[in-house]
Design a protein around this ligand. Sequence first.
Ligand code: AP5
Ligand code: MG
Ligand code: ZN
Length: 213
Amino acid sequence: MKIIMLGAPGAGKGTQAKMLSERYGIPHISTGDIFRANIKNNTELGKKAKSYMDAGALVPDELVVDLVVDRIKNADCMKGFILDGFPRTIPQAEALDYALNNQNEKIDYAINVDVPDENIIERMSGRRACVGCGATYHVVYNPTKAEGVCDQCGQELILRDDDKPETVKKRLDVYHEQTQPLIDHYEKKGALFTVDGTQDIQVVFDTIVKKLG
Ligand code: AP5
Ligand code: MG
Ligand code: ZN
């Protein structure tokens, strides 16, 4: 099953993708997590991506397309994958379509986690992220057992640099301008499934699983 997660920053793409990955036994591929790991390890890619991310802007398409197209050729993607945070622009979606087409494959579901802008800022300020395994928590809505430590891998949690309210506002603008058009793109392909992302995390998950089977 080949899935992509659509939705505004903070809509819950990562939270759901992680749960779906466990449920279906397919890898969760988050371009944001890949960039954050590269920044942490001070790689060339990390150095290039950091200034864009800190400003709430998108990293240029050419830095992300090949990375994902190569990643989904890995053996662990034989049964499918969940892309989280990619594609984010029409050119990225077209590059993905082209790569999959060449292998007679396609995206089965584009899951649009729908959350209005008003809810987003509050979610972001309470978010805590694990750079170790990509797990995401919220101080109120999804707390860890021990404060500041990842339940899954025991590493320390961080506040993301781009979760400051003014950066979040910028990311929302970028989302509406560049990423929201992908909803139409996947609707035309008959792959779109929209879920109300303001519901409880578990309710959102159950709704998606009901659709996916
Ligand atoms: P990325 O890491 O992808 O960030 P994003 O899309 O802005 O989305 P987030 O990760 O912030 O939110 P999410 O939807 O995953 O929500 P989460 O599950 O964490 O990208 C970061 C940056 O990298 C971009 O700005 C860009 O610069 C660059 N980049 C990445 N990919 C790129 C690409 N393809 N092209 C170009 N640039 C790219 O949930 C948020 C919070 O809410 C958490 O605290 C969570 O616990 C909580 N929560 C989740 N669900 C619920 C719920 N149902 N109810 C209550 N709380 C909830
Ligand atoms: Mg995320
Ligand atoms: Zn972890």
